[in-house]
Every structure is written in C-alpha cells, then in structure tokens.
Write a protein that binds this ligand. Sequence first.
Ligand SMILES: [Zn+2]
Length: 730
Amino acid sequence: MAMKIQEFEHVNYLWDDNVADQLDAVERLRYRSNILGADQRITNTGGGNTSSKIKMTDPLSGAEVDVLWVKGSGGDLRTSTRANFASLYMDKFLSLKNIYDKSDVRGVKTEIEDAMVDMYRHTTYGLNPAASSIDTPLHGLIAYRHVDHMHPISAIAIAASKDQEGLTQEVFGGEVGWVPWQRPGFDLGLVMRNTLKANPYLKGLIMGQHGLINWADDDKACYELTLALVERAAHYIEQHDKGEKTFSGQKYKSLDETTRNEILIKLLPVLRGKVSQSNRFIGTVHMTESVLQFVNSVDAPRLAEIGTSCPDHFLRTKIKPLYVDWNPQTESVGSLLEKLEAGLVKYRSDYASYYEACKHPNSPAMRDPNPTVILIPGLGLIAWGKNKSESRVTAEFYSLAIEVMRASEAISEYQGLPRQEAFDIEYWLLEEAKLKRMPPEKEFARNIVVVIGAGSGIGKATAHRVAKEGAHVVCADLSESTSQETADELVKIYGVGIGVAGTDISGCGPAIGLGVDITKRESIKSMLEKVVLAYGGVDNIIVTAGIFVSPDKNGYMPDEKWALTYAINVTGPYLVADEAKVIWQAQGLKTSLVITTSANGAVAKQGSVAYDTSKAAANHMVRELAIELSPLVRVNGLAPATVVEGSNMFPRDRVVSSLTKYNIAFDESETTESLRDKLAVFYAQRTLTKSPITLADQAEVAYLLSSSKFSKTTGQIISVDGGLHEAFLR
Ligand SMILES: [Zn+2]
C-alpha cells in the first residue's frame, strides 16, 4: 500500500520530517492531527480523532507506563493544540473492560455503555483536564500504537452506499475490513478489536454510514496510510464519476451574481425571522459550483429528503435540509417566499413526526424544529447556526454531504442513516448532558449589532462592549479603514471560529468593518445590504457618529457647516432608522435602536447653536421614532456630556481653545491626551459626581439600552454626563 508522495492526487501530503523530528511524541500527534484536519477531503471541521500510545514516566512511581493520548471531546483536528488531547493510563483503561463485562446487560446503547464514558476520568494520566470523547475506545481497544479515525468524503461515500461491504472489498482488495453502522461507544471498540483479532492482516476498517479508521505502529506510517486509503477510494470514485449526468443532470440554471445578491438581500431577513421564532440564528450563504450543481439538479429533491449520513454531519445539518423546488428562470421572488413559507410549515411538521415516531420514554424534549440548511435552485445553500462559526460549519457539513452523495451515487446508490439511528444520536442522553453543561448564552449571543461610528471614541468602546456580550459586531464608520481596525481588534480577541465555509462576505468572522456615509441614503442602504449578506439580518443598531463644528471667535459658522451638522446629527440617524426599518419589518424580530444625542440638547448656552439645536432635534426624533417603529423596535437616546477621552469630537485645537476659555494653565508642548485629561478634570468638577466621564461609561449605557435589561424602555433619553443639573429633563 506504500505510495510515493507525488502519487497523491486527491489529498494534500503535508508531512514534513524537518518539522516532525523537532517535536516530542505528544506534539507529533498534535502535528499529525493538524495536517490531517487541514484537508477537508480527509475530515470535516471538528470531525474525526487521532491517537498515539506513548511511553511516559509515571509521576507517582517513576516507572515507565503506556499512555493513550487521544483527541478529547469537542475541539477540531486542524486547530487542535496539546490541550485538546486527553491522556489515559493504558492499563487502567483496559481494565475497564472487566467492569463492562460484569454488567448483565451490555452492548450498543445499553446503560453500561454510556456509563463507561464517565469511567474514563478515573484513568487520567498527569492530571490532564481534557475530557475523553465517546470515541476513546475506538483507539484504546485497537492494539496498534497509532490510530486515525477520519470522516473522508470518499470513505463516507463507500460507507453510505447500498453495497458498502462489497465496495469496501472491491476498492481496498481485502486490506481494509468493514463493520456495519453502530453508534460509537465501548461496544463499537470491542467489535473493531474482535474484527482485527479475527483478521490480523487488516490495516483499517470502513465504518458503515460513518467513515474510516486505520492504524500503524509508526506515526508517520499511520498518517501515510490514512492518505493512501483516502486516495485509493477517491481514485476509484473518480473512475466512476458521472460528469454531466451527476445527480441525473441539471434541471435549473444558476443566477448571475447581481441577481442572486438582489434576491438574497430580500430573502435572508424574511427567512431569518421565520427560522428564529424560538432561537435567533446567524446565517451563512454558501454557493460553490458543486453546491449549485446539486441544488439545480434533477435528483436534489430526492437526495435532500434522504438526509445526511455521517452522524457528525447531521448533528449540525439536522436529519435533512429544506429543499425548495423553485424555478429561478421562470418564477418570481414572491413565489419563492410563498414556497419557503409552505416548505417551513411542512418541515416543522415532518420534524415533529420524526420526533414522535422515534422518541423513547426518557428522551429529552423536542428541540427547535426549524431547518438549519435551506437549499434553493439558482441560489445555493443557506445555513443557520447559533453563531457565525457554527453556521459556517453547518454550511461546510452539508456541502461535504453533497460530495458524499455525488460519489455514492456514482459508484452505487446513496443511503441515509435509518431514522431511528439518527434520532438515537441526536437525542442521545450523553449529547443532552453535554448541551446542559454548556455555559448560559451571553446577552448578545445570536445577535447582529451594528455600531455606526465604531472607528473611534464612544463607537469603538461600544463595539468592544457589545462584543464582550457575544454580539456579532458590524463596525461601521465614515472611515472604512478605522472601522476595519476596530473589527480586526475584535476578531483578534474573540477568534474567527472553526468554520471554513461561506461565500464572499458571508465567509466572515464575528466582526466586520464597513464604510458608511450616514448623510447619504444609498450609502446606508448598501452598508446594511452587506450586513444582510454577511450574517442574514440585522438586530440592534447603535449610532454614535456625530459632528461638532466650532464657530469662529465671532460666533460665525458658514451655512454649509450648519447644514452638515444637521445632516450628520439629525438626518443621518433618521435615514439609518428608515433604511433599517425595511429589514427589521422583513425579519419581524424584536430589536432596538440607540441614537447618541447630547446633554447639550437640553442646555442652552453660547457658541454652539448648530450643535445644540441639532441634538435637541435628535432627542425629539428618538421619541418620534419610538412611536413610529413600535412594537418591533425600541428607540432610546444616549446623551453624553464632555467625554474628551480619546474623542475625535475634541481635536487639539478645540481642547486648547477650551482650556484658554476656562483659564486653565497648560503648556503648548504637552501631548493632546494630557491636555484632554486637564479639560476632563475641569469638566468633572462641574458635575454632581465630580469624576471624569469615560468612553467606558458611555459604552456601558449604549449596551444596556440595547439589551434585554431595558426591554420595557423606549422613547427615553438617558444622560451620561456625571450629573449636570442644567441638563435635567423636565
Ligand atoms: Zn466519527
């Protein structure tokens, strides 16, 4: 079976001795895992596991012991670090079989089988906190030093074919055995061990409806064997590829990019609203050539109904996707929306029937019955998940399932997992326990928050504040580069996630940076359209953008500056609300708008008539919009005063002129920040709380007003001014 590197056409050979030979044994396992996970044809994001049995020193006895290092529960091979691997004393792990054998009732799906998962913790080597996965016995019970269990498209294609056992023999000529589908666990480990004992020449096994497992006593040899087996299966499939006849040929044509995006912009918010009735979802659109070939095909409705096969895939894609039979060449968007509505009703009722038919007396309650994958001819695939990364993983998994179906239908006939087996995975009590152990979701989890003015000052601080609450943050600003900087900071803190799918802007992370000029309706519209394509909709909007133009020392302000002040401080937030209204109404989900006004809106004084009256207008606009947008959108105002810290409303010349005006001593050589601090201290002394007002103070209230903590408050202006009695509203 040995192959030379250049012979691999269907997988990437990534092993480099120069790298591997520098590493200790555990790091070599991490390295092998990372390079296996880096090729989606070998395994999916988060899927598969690897192990090495490594000789180590026992910290208590000092003796040399065998330790099983195996990818733990959760985690992802491509991005795994050492911390993602569990470590178990081999002798203690093997002794668990005595406990298993003592149980009168044992075998797949028995209580003792599930109970074994908790026992693994007793075998932990080196106080390693990584939790062992249900696949641990698949590694521990195979008597080879290194084991790879992958979910390769080509192997699942064989495993999900009607004639899977015969195909395994035909493709691998007896070097790889076959075991029928069985839910992973201790018993499957024993089945594999017995199969290997009876057929000691086997190098691996095709696992029915699931994937591939193979082994070797050398780690590099194990890696190369995995690649060779995947390559061989992929080569066999290629020989049988049906070309244009794939999926019985094409029934519809793909739409061009402009038309497609126009439709998606109308469609996504409506769809998001409909699938988010119990839980909000974040969307990902995925439209590769291969996905389009599937959704446009004759066989798509039949194959979609069969559902995905690999259990790892369908935990996210659900048992089946929603396919909508819409003709993109002859039918209107209106008819697509009608068909989607009818499709969703049918999908939910099918899901409820599946639950009722398969449930056990102790099954957890039925989960959200909405689809997570929606297939539309001409357009592609739309996936939904609790966050961006999850929805990208879901999109990836269905696109991998499409490749499995393509291959399986080329060599045989595609088969899904029996419904009851799918149910017993989806509603597995161990799976439920895992869900229950998850920390509660954050305030802005599942939310898309647009912060306009996020390039600096209060907007930037607010973007950081809402991101901390789990929001997907759209950082928008007149300056695209500063908004991108803020978005980059957020992605750096929170990570881009493990998902890899998503077309164009939809392949983004938890934050994006966009340019917008709020004095222009077209610019706002185009910004919001990008948000819809990126995440599927829009929830909260917080506008912090504003302008203060100082009149000259005679109090003169040119007419165009007066007009600009109103365009940015009043008309701008109005246009934002007016454009967002279209999306909010299409979505039909409760949300909020926060407009930043100013304490100056209530305090009359000299020298800032344009700014002050514009903020007074904005205050009243908050109240008007609260009425206009109810009951869907709460609208509130945040009225800061004299935040000079890091604010571009206080450039150096304004700070200097204020310091001069108030007779505060300063030196021209001082930095702008130091001059701002002096002014901030002076301003603080005029307030009731006597403390400088910071960006964080403003961001906190912008966040709170948007959050559910203020769910019964609308049409209000909250001052964050340290307490200025002149600004008290009456
Ligand atoms: Zn698996």
